[in-house]
Design a protein around this ligand. Sequence first.
Ligand code: UT7
Length: 333
Amino acid sequence: MNHRLVAPVGITATGQCFPPRVVTNDDLSKILDTNDEWIRTRTGIRERHWVEPGTGASQLGAPALKQALENRGMKASELDLIVVATVTPDTIFPATSCRIQDMVGASNAFGFDLNAACSGFLYALTTACSLVAAGGIKKAAVVGVDIMSTIINKEDRTTAVLFGDGAGAVIVEQVEEGLGILDFEHRVDGTGACYLYMPAGGSLKPASAETVANKEHTIHQAGSEVFKNAVREMADNSRLLMDRNGFKGEDLKLFVPHQANIRIMDAAAKRLELDPARMMVNIDRYANTTTATIPTALHQAVEEKRVAKGDLVILSAFGAGFTWGSTLLRWAY
Ligand code: UT7
């Protein structure tokens, strides 16, 4: 079944924010048993940005949203809704969306956080666009922000090298007929929860001296299990969207995959029979920023004029949960 919105709604501006500190593979090889060659060839990552300690998600999310508002020529007070996708909120509560609302001065907005790990931005985009399409609100912002450096075990080379910090934001509103979100397909499979998770710090296992000593507040990942599933589901899910809307690989102007591993992205693009030049890549500079990979890659595509009004675009993600999904859209501006 095609998941069409009841009115044409799409992205009308983008913004991003990365912290200034760049951490290269060579920097990491000074503190971990790793090296630039392994990281580059196995993941495609050359460097990542990490915040200075004491920086919360809102401090990257708010500037990203301000930039998107500026690019749209819109005042923060015009926003009706802010949805923030994150796995690293400033605090468990209140929601990071509340802090961002205050920091940007979105005096007429309501907002909430949404957690779907690496698929979070796509789920948040669908949620915000659906609310706008339903007619209750006019203008919404979707922010994907993660401060992954605060939840990695910096002594574990199998995960510490993979992640970066960053934020991307988009504005969504009604657009011309035929543009914006055309279709989406999102899925969850909870049997995958054991392959990528943070064991402690939630209600199941609250923080204690023991959980902290055991580094249970950091990412635990069975990399190869996640890898296999990510390649299959991102490709199959994107293919399903193209097939049911009557498009072929050559019709796509831009493929914007979640940036977790260049080998996953290349394999997905190959299974979709896409020209590799049409795939957005920013993993080399920013690593895996979880919910921020797709909005920052989109922002880059706009800045580099790699997407224009009417172009067909697929966004696709896979992450912890397992969660995955794809969104098919015609670029609206
Ligand atoms: O965004 C959320 C979704 N996450 C993902 O999509 C991540 C999916 N998984 C992956 O990207 C890959 O599985 C990894 C990059 C995490 C790992 O790559 P891999 O090719 O699956 O490597 P591996 O785990 O099979 O490890 C191969 C070897 C091991 O050594 P032995 O046992 O063969 O001696 C690891 O200990 O590479 C070793 N290794 C490292 N060596 C140097 C693992 N990490 C490193 C490292 N530096 N950083």
